[in-house]
Design a protein around this ligand. Structure first.
Ligand SMILES: NC(=O)C1=CN([C@@H]2O[C@H](COP(=O)(O)OP(=O)(O)OC[C@H]3O[C@@H](n4cnc5c(N)ncnc54)[C@H](OP(=O)(O)O)[C@@H]3O)[C@@H](O)[C@H]2O)C=CC1
Ligand SMILES: O=C([O-])CC(=O)C(=O)O
Length: 267
């Protein structure tokens, strides 16, 4: 039995707990929520993971088999780094947090100090295995285009630059490095960061982000070239009803990763 603590009880966290209800090999023992939100979220957690405690941080003595972040960039600093230093293995979906200068190194140091490991999950994107393998032979270029309906860009810097409710054409809202994309669009450019960390790095991965009124899905396109040859990938991710910025595949990627730790066969 894998005993898991989870940070975040939003669209991804709730989706993950829904699916884990039917997995006899995984139990969620604790859900970590922002301070002051414990009481309002207890009923949700009670319904999905009846034996789980709700808390604002991992108690000093708690030793889950795994701590998984499904919360947002700030949770990495607040919860993941201290847990790694204490030897607790961690998984992260907010991979864009590693775009902050020095954060990737700090995560690695924390994991080394605790003699443990942090796994960066593939989330809404596929082919991370192929890209990371291709990197070993040498990559020449990786270009990522992320296209989402205009409403998915609400609450981002694009809202100040464009009238998102009235866009009629696909509109490029950002073009530049994956590092800048992840910094400016923390809830929409985790895929850009993941592709970079698996591939050419945050400063050499070219990113274009579009608000596109002609699509209803979150469309991710990757073109990679290198010594291995090349590949092109297009994913059309259905957004979660609870959060249009987030593709449903992100939830499934978390559940898959947990299953790979808990089950007798991993794929
Ligand atoms: N790798 C990938 O492909 C993807 C990664 N993501 C990442 O996953 C994150 C979560 O996505 P999603 O579930 O859709 O977002 P939601 O906003 O629906 O849920 C996030 C939840 O986490 C809570 N939260 C935020 N910070 C903390 C913290 N420090 N400690 C505990 N709880 C916290 C939020 O509380 P409150 O609302 O009160 O702040 C909220 O309830 C995104 O921010 C993004 O970084 C998302 C999509 C794809
Ligand atoms: O869920 C998605 O489609 C991707 C996403 O938000 C991100 O890259 O941060």
């Amino acid at each position: 039995m894998l005993h898991v603590s989870m940070i975040g009880c939003g669209a991804i966290g709730v989706g993950v707990m829904e699916l884990l209800k039917s997995d006899p090999d995984i139990v969620v023992d604790m859900v970590i929520v922002p301070e002051g939100k414990e009481d309002s979220l207890r009923a949700v957690v009670q319904r999905l993971a009846p034996t789980a405690q709700v808390a604002s941080h991992l108690n000093g003595g708690a030793r889950p088999d795994l701590l998984i972040e499904c919360a947002g960039h700030q949770a990495i600093e607040q919860h993941i780094i201290p847990a790694l230093e204490h030897g607790i293995p961690c998984m992260v979906v907010s991979v864009g947090a590693l775009s902050e200068l020095g954060m990737a190194e700090r995560l690695e140091q924390a994991a080394r100090k605790g003699n443990t490991q942090v796994q960066l999950l593939s989330g809404a994107i596929g082919a991370i295995d192929a890209l990371a393998a291709a990197k070993i032979g040498g990559l020449e270029s990786v270009v990522y285009t992320g296209r989402k309906p205009p409403q998915a860009w609400k609450g981002t810097p694009a809202e100040a630059q464009f009238d998102l409710d009235r866009l009629e054409q696909p509109t490029v809202i950002f073009e530049g490095t994956a590092r800048d994309a992840a910094r400016l669009y923390p809830k929409n450019a985790n895929v850009a960061a993941t592709l970079s960390l698996a591939g050419l790095g945050l400063d050499r991965t070219h990113v274009r982000l579009l608000a596109d009124p002609t699509v209803t899905e979150n469309v991710h396109h990757v073109e990679a070239k290198g010594a291995f040859g090349g590949f092109e990938l297009t994913m059309r991710g259905k957004p979660l009803a609870a959060n249009p910025k987030t593709s449903a595949l992100t939830v499934f990627s978390v559940v898959r990763a947990l299953g790979n730790r808990a089950h007798a066969v991993s794929i």
